[in-house]
Design a protein around this ligand. Structure first.
Ligand SMILES: [Zn+2]
Length: 502
């Protein structure tokens, strides 16, 4: 997590986010076309998503389920009566010339999510951010200017030297949830944390992969500034084109600084849409915005309104998993972990569940947290794997931790055998026995090794006895070498000191 110093001015920033998140259904919202990412352009289309005359959309039930679950997880009020509307506008990526969305009766409204910010000492500050609404809608297609239809995931790709444009309708009709926050955010850091928490929640629910590079999660920021104490909002600027959390953070901080400077110089802020330029780390003006556009919304006549039975709502509510914020609280209060550890462990649901399984199998929570956040995470990052892909079960890690606590193996040996366990799985006890790695904690056995080491190093022994006591480390090191690292380090130290000082 970034901890850049907040921009300090006499002005207060008022920030709200509009997030479009792709719901991870196998088929589109109103037809049976596949939603596969990266398919050959215009392969996943049909008369319905191409808006041919006379076709009828049918709502994908999964979309409703996912939207309602997201609404519930965001503490929203779920509408018992909701409907779809047509939003009219013309753009070449929209074959019907209207988008099916929700206008005055969204499926969910009036919710909140909790963000958590850690200061440099790791102390958390928590804040509730209001959710104005969540509604379902279909995505538009993708324009490619210049002829290349290769990479790119956003709705539009502009290549230099464009001579013509192409359109790909594969994503036309892909299900989206649009989530609008209240203007409760005050800094780039808060906004980035809000977007991350939103993504965590959606991923926990399994309703979206939240992949920003593929455009599954797209955030637009609304930002204005006003002098502290002033009631009235300043002029609002919209920022688009941020495809990472750090870009959201930096774009907002840049924009706060830009608007502050403009006001201090007596300049006017214009209502406009600005783009974040990652390369130059700045926002640039894209177009001015004159009031809100008139989309001539009207109820979609081809789809019936949605009435959600209370029992259905109840079932979906019961299917919700424990969410990240609740997990963080529980890890801190019940397992005694720090806010930082709780945060890292709960970032990914799979990792959190693995960690919990280690604890359930008897693993000490702090030790389990250290192993999961340290060695195992490093391995996963290095191998580009997810935790579900390792062969080492949680119960195995609990066993490993117990063996270290009992002194059967040293922490060092445990780290050495971990890579093999992660790849092959199997019993930890069997592995250390077969490799002869059991720690030597028997004083009699260690004494023999110590005698041999002293006999083999008479010069150092003489130096030690004439006052060079620092050589204790050298002798212990020799014992470790002789035993292949299996000697119990604490006991070896004690026995060696005793022998040397005898
Ligand atoms: Zn279709």
């Amino acid at each position: 997590m970034t901890t850049a110093a907040p921009v300090k001015t006499q002005y207060e920033a008022i920030i709200g986010l509009e997030t479009h998140c792709q719901l991870s259904t196998a088929t589109k919202i109103f037809c049976n076309c596949s939603t596969e990412f990266g398919a050959v352009p215009n392969q996943n289309v049909c008369p319905i998503c191409l808006g041919m005359p006379g076709v009828l959309p049918v709502l994908n039930e999964k979309v409703l389920e996912y939207a309602v679950k997201a609404g519930l997880a965001l503490n929203c009020e779920i509408a018992s009566y909701s409907k779809f509307d047509r939003k009219q506008y013309f753009y070449p990526d929209l074959p019907k010339n209207y988008q099916i969305s929700q206008y005055d009766l969204p499926i969910a409204k009036d919710g909140w999510l909790e963000i958590e910010l850690l200061d440099e000492q790791g102390n958390p500050t928590r804040k509730r951010i209001g959710i104005t609404r969540l509604h379902m809608e279909e995505d538009a297609g993708k324009l490619v200017h210049g002829g290349s239809v290769g990479e790119a995931s956003r709705n539009e790709t502009r290549l230099s030297g464009s001579t013509h444009s192409l359109v790909d309708f594969n994503r036309t009709g892909v299900a989206l949830a649009e989530i609008v926050s209240e203007p409760d955010l005050r800094s780039g850091q808060e906004a980035a944390e809000y977007a991350q928490e939103l993504r965590r929640i959606l991923r926990y629910l399994g309703v979206s992969d939240g992949n920003m590079q593929e455009g599954s999660l797209r955030c637009d920021v609304n930002i204005s500034i006003r002098p502290y104490g002033q009631e009235q909002f300043g002029v609002k600027v919209e920022i688009k084109n941020m495809n990472s959390f750090s870009a959201i953070h930096r774009a907002i901080d840049y924009e706060i600084a830009r608007q502050t400077k403009a006001l201090e110089n007596g300049e006017k802020i214009f209502q406009e849409t600005r783009l974040w330029e990652e390369g130059n780390q700045r926002t640039i003006s894209m177009r001015s915005k004159e009031g809100s556009s008139d989309y001539r919304y009207f109820p979609e006549p081809d789809l019936c309104p949605i009435e959600l039975p209370g029992e259905q709502l109840q079932t979906w509510q019961e299917e919700l998993p424990e969410l990240p914020a609740a997990k963080r609280h529980r890890y801190e209060t019940r397992l005694g972990l720090s806010a930082y550890d709780a945060r890292v462990l709960t970032d990914d649901r799979g990792v959190a569940e693995y960690f919990e399984a280690v604890v359930a199998a008897g693993g000490n929570p702090k030790q389990a947290a250290n192993w999961v956040m340290g060695e195992i995470t490093a391995y996963l990052n290095q191998q580009k794997l997810s935790i579900s892909q390792i062969a080492f079960p949680a119960v195995g890690l609990a066993e490993l931790i117990a063996l270290i606590e009992k002194g059967t193996i040293s922490g060092k040996i445990a780290k050495e055998i971990l890579p093999e366990l992660l790849v092959k799985g199997g019993s930890v006890t069997k592995l250390i026995e077969s490799k002869g790695l059991v720690q030597i904690s028997d004083a009699g056995e260690l004494d023999k090794v110590i005698e041999a080491v002293l006999a083999a190093n008479p010069k150092e022994l003489a130096q030690y006895r004439s006052g060079k006591t620092k050589l204790l480390g050298f002798f212990v090191g020799q014992v470790m070498k002789e035993t292949g690292g299996r000697a119990d380090p604490k006991l070896t130290n004690q026995l060696m000191a005793k022998k040397l000082n005898a």
